[in-house]
Ligand binder design. Structure first.
Ligand code: UD1
Length: 343
């Protein structure tokens, strides 16, 4: 049984990936400092899979603690590195926090891997590296645009650090960089899902919290963009589809199928949807109202971006399967389940 170290494994994408890994027969060790997640997520993972993964409350920035932890578990075959801070606005206010959290943790892992003879590394990157692409849908070959925030910059620099490290030590490393579009939704069991801390920054948790009455009104950031209905367009992908791509990526490396020591894939559906389309579809499929008003544009927002997932579809052999309707149903089921737990 192959053993995978998952940093940030109690987070939103991390927890869904842990479930898919366990379902596919992997042994998982989670490392998370719980800075933006809850240890109870382990209960959800156990309910779904019947397995409680090993968990260590460690900050990846702590080299010595990470070194000791990897020693303790031994024989780790691959690392999936989710652990990172991801609030764009906060990163503008606290840039050093973001550079430290996101880059020192990455450097620590890359340094520790050869020490412990771990070769395979999956990195969580983002379509944010493309900025506003000149050509849509966007392929992996599109140019990287200057980052609009320290957060975005950590993803760009992170990719460069991985690239330089691998090309200097081709025998020691093999990596797959995954550029996520907009993950939404929750596991079909509604046992795990997105758990934002405080007021959500992202669209879907704000939509579900408004629908259930935690928030009075959703603000739609701008309806004067150059899009059919004036609101921004994104490629929303079911988080479980995204999670499954990580299992495929790990397998690909372990089975020696990679074409190069570093590969980069877009993880999206190829379908662009506007903010207003998301709200309308959410209301229709869940039979619930989402009160909203149009407000000014949000600074730094990209007008429109959606993926060309052809390369991932053909080379990785992975394809997003879920419809947006099903995805929005799962997001609502999760919010309802959360409300039940509190009552
Ligand atoms: C944002 C980040 C992106 C990051 C990702 C991580 C920005 C500009 N981009 O992506 O770099 O990788 O989060 O999670 O912050 N919207 C509303 N009302 C809301 C919230 C969002 O109208 O209350 C709109 C936004 O204007 C946008 C869309 O919904 O058009 C999606 O927003 P969001 O979920 O924050 O994702 P991104 O902006 O794509």
């Amino acid at each position: 049984m192959s053993k995978v170290l998952v940093t940030g494994g109690t987070g939103y994408i991390g927890s869904h990936t842990v479930v898919e890994l366990i379902n596919e027969g992997f042994e998982v060790v989670i490392v998370d400092n719980l800075s933006n997640s809850n240890v109870e997520v382990l209960n959800g993972i156990e309910k779904i899979t019947g397995v409680r993964p090993a968990f260590e409350n460690i900050d990846c920035v702590d080299y010595v603690a990470m070194d000791n932890m990897i020693d303790k578990y031994g024989n780790i075959d691959a690392v999936i590195h989710f652990a990172a801070s991801k609030a764009v606005g906060e990163s503008v206010e606290k840039p050093l926090l973001y550079y430290r959290n996101n880059l020192v943790s990455l450097i620590n892992l890359l340094q520790l891997m050869p020490v412990h003879k771990i070769k395979h590394f999956v990195f969580s990157s983002s379509c944010t590296v493309y900025g506003q692409p000149d050509i849509l849908p966007v392929t992996e070959n599109a140019p990287i645009k200057p980052a609009l925030s320290p957060y975005g910059n950590t993803k760009q620099i992170g990719e460069e650090i991985i690239r330089d490290t691998i090309y200097a030590n081709t025998n020691n490393y093999q990596s797959i960089i995954l550029r996520y579009f907009n993950p939404i939704g929750a596991h079909v069991s509604a046992e795990i899902g997105e758990l934002p801390n405080g007021v959500p920054n992202n669209l879907l948790p704000f939509v579900t919290q408004t629908a259930i009455g935690i928030r009075k009104q959703l603000q739609v950031f701008g309806n004067d963009y150059d899009t059919p209905d004036g609101s921004c367009i994104r490629d929303y992908i079911h988080v479980v589809d995204l999670a499954k791509a990580h299992v495929v990526a790990v397998r690909r490396m372990l089975e020696g199928k990679s074409k190069d020591s570093l590969e980069v894939f877009n993880l999206g559906t190829g379908r662009g949807l506007s903010v207003l389309e998301i709200i309308k579809t959410f209301e229709e499929v869940n039979q619930v109202k989402v009160p909203y008003k149009i407000v000014n544009r949000r600074e730094g927002d990209i007008e429109k971006v959606w993926a060309d997932p052809t390369y991932a579809n053909e080379v990785l052999g992975w394809k997003a399967q879920e419809t947006v309707e099903e995805t929005l149903r799962s997001a609502w089921a999760w919010e309802l389940n959360l409300a039940n737990r509190k009552n």
